[in-house]
Design a protein around this ligand. Structure first.
Ligand SMILES: [Zn+2]
Length: 72
């Protein structure tokens, strides 16, 4: 992961934030101004969280089904 360079719109100081903050908000370390981090939110991460959640539900249903099959 690389860092994103941000130039403060108030005090013109340049600083770097983690790429995971992309599309979010951060405070200027110098003047504490709340700034928008350029770029879109990490949609890839949201996608994999979604895939993980669907997979978890799928295996839970399969697990319950197998359990009932074994018990009967
Ligand atoms: Zn600033």
């Amino acid at each position: 992961m690389s860092d994103i360079g941000i130039e403060c719109t108030v005090c013109d100081s340049v600083f770097y934030v983690r790429e995971s903050l992309k599309g979010g908000l951060t405070n200027c370390p110098k003047c504490n101004e709340l700034l928008q981090v350029p770029g879109q939110a990490n949609e890839d991460l949201l996608f994999w969280i979604f895939v993980g959640a669907v997979g978890l539900v799928f295996f839970a249903i399969v697990g319950v089904f197998v359990l009932f099959t074994v018990l009967n």
